[in-house]
Design a protein around this ligand. Structure first.
Ligand code: LLP
Length: 429
């Protein structure tokens, strides 16, 4: 018998039920939120291309496909995932700055369009006999922005994209290589950016369209403003997104581009986090509390069974996630305390409450008992997708709430899986 349910006002599921059915830590995604986010973007005259790096679980990809959302793919593995979820090869754009051989093979097999972020990729397409594939050019517009310097993808300190001033030369190169379907421009300046910076992309796109026209390039059929839409991680502090404002700016840029090239040009946007982040949370179990130091210098730790191998964002970017404690037996939690919330890994930075420079911070939370649950909110994007087996940990289970019911969409990895591809040579036996 599962224990009594602890209901939450903010979650569409009971964390206690999740823990008893799937164990912890477990990611839970809400289908209704994913659909609502998709529907807030579709029907506005733009193609919505989901950056599946945010969350490439096939159930998520299938749900978004049913909403008319197409996808990008950064690797052969992501092409494979999109196709397994029912996306058509023509709807999967392979976006990268370098090809690896797996990707070349996948493109041969499936013929997906390519968004090329380096001049070498064009030569490699031609070398591989893939001149016929539709190609867009990812430009680095010379500036970037994001919630952390680690996710800024523009300017000279970013490896991403073809430098904007090289557009003419690259178009000439493409023609001489016999690439017959170079058809679009793409820019992505970073993640969790703000309106001012994303608006700047519109001007850069118009300038790039002028350069395209001047270079006498092929017909310009599509422009993509990339992703990077922010979400309100800090409840009650971060402004909710004014989508109308973004679409107004993007549509106006598209119209200016159409006027420059004298034809209809399709607009694409490519969000990852906006679609998936708020739909997901990570349910972990409280395994203990302890105090380091004494008196005024004392620091209280709340220790959970999820680590940065499960959710890397706080350790990697100092990212903030809203935390909530639930009593496993439904009792009322009346006392509060400032806690540093930490995981089980053998690393000092395995802490979910820290700032940009890795400075450990405390968070005011109800005082739990071991066995209670801690929910990490807004973890649907760049959560499970960035998980690892560090310290011999198993990849986490994932579940989805569909019409009020919980469904497992990825089983917790069995420990044996870790040894599956390892061999001890006879010489060492
Ligand atoms: N398009 C391209 C070409 C991208 O590289 C990305 C993200 C996106 C779209 C989607 O960006 P979004 O809308 O999700 O911000 N791990 C980091 C984010 C890295 C994003 C990498 N590229 C994080 O957890 O914040």
């Amino acid at each position: 018998m599962p224990p009594a349910l602890a209901e939450s006002s903010t979650l569409p599921y009971s964390p206690v039920e999740v823990a008893s059915r799937f164990g912890t830590p477990t990611y839970v995604y809400d289908a209704a939120t994913l659909r609502a986010r998709a529907r807030s973007l579709t029907g506005r005259g733009a193609t919505i291309r989901y950056a599946q790096k945010a969350n490439n679980n096939t159930a998520v990809l299938a749900l978004l496909r049913a909403e008319g959302v197409v996808v990008d793919a950064v690797t052969a593995g992501e092409i494979h995932r999109a196709l397994a979820a029912g996306h058509e090869p023509a709807d999967v754009v392979y976006t990268a700055d370098v090809f690896d051989r797996d990707a070349v093979e996948a493109l041969h097999r499936h013929g997906c369009p390519v968004n090329a972020g380096s001049p070498n990729m064009l030569a490699q397409l031609a070398d591989a006999g893939l001149e016929h594939l539709p190609v867009t050019l990812r430009l680095n517009p010379g500036f970037g922005h994001g919630h952390s310097r680690k996710v800024n993808t523009g300017g000279t300190s970013s490896k991403h994209g073809i430098w904007h001033e090289q557009l003419e030369a690259v178009l000439t190169q493409a023609t001489s290589l016999g690439l017959s379907r170079v058809r679009g421009l793409h820019m992505h300046i970073g993640s969790g950016s703000d309106f001012a910076h994303l608006h700047h992309v519109c001007d850069a796109m118009v300038a790039a369209a002028e350069a395209w026209k001047a270079a006498g390039g092929h017909e310009l059929e599509v422009i993509s403003a990339g992703g990077g839409l922010p979400i309100p991680y800090r409840k009650g502090e971060d402004e909710p997104l004014d989508l109308d404002r973004f679409f107004e700016a993007w549509t106006e840029a598209r119209d200016r581009v159409c006027a420059i090239v004298g034809r209809e040009v399709e607009l694409e946007v490519e969000p990852g986090r906006y679609l998936a982040a708020e739909a997901g949370s990570l349910v972990a179990e409280v395994r203990g509390t302890k105090t380091q130091g004494e008196g005024d210098d004392a620091v209280d730790y709340l220790l959970i069974d999820a680590g940065f191998n499960d959710l890397l964002r706080p350790a990697m970017y100092g990212a903030y996630h809203h935390l909530e404690v639930f009593a496993a037996d439904g009792r009322e939690l009346t006392r509060e305390r400032d806690y540093v919330v930490a995981g089980p890994l053998c690393e000092s930075c395995d802490v979910f409450t820290q700032g940009d420079e890795g400075v450990v911070q405390s968070r005011r939370l109800p005082v739990p008992e071991p066995g209670d649950l801690l929910v990490i909110h807004d973890a649907g994007a760049y959560g499970a997708a960035m998980a690892s087996r560090y310290n011999g940990r198993r990849l986490t289970a994932e579940a989805m709430v569909i019409d009020g019911e919980l469904h497992e969409i990825r089983a917790r990895e069995p420990i044996d899986e870790q040894l599956r591809y390892e061999h001890i040579p006879d010489q060492l036996q």
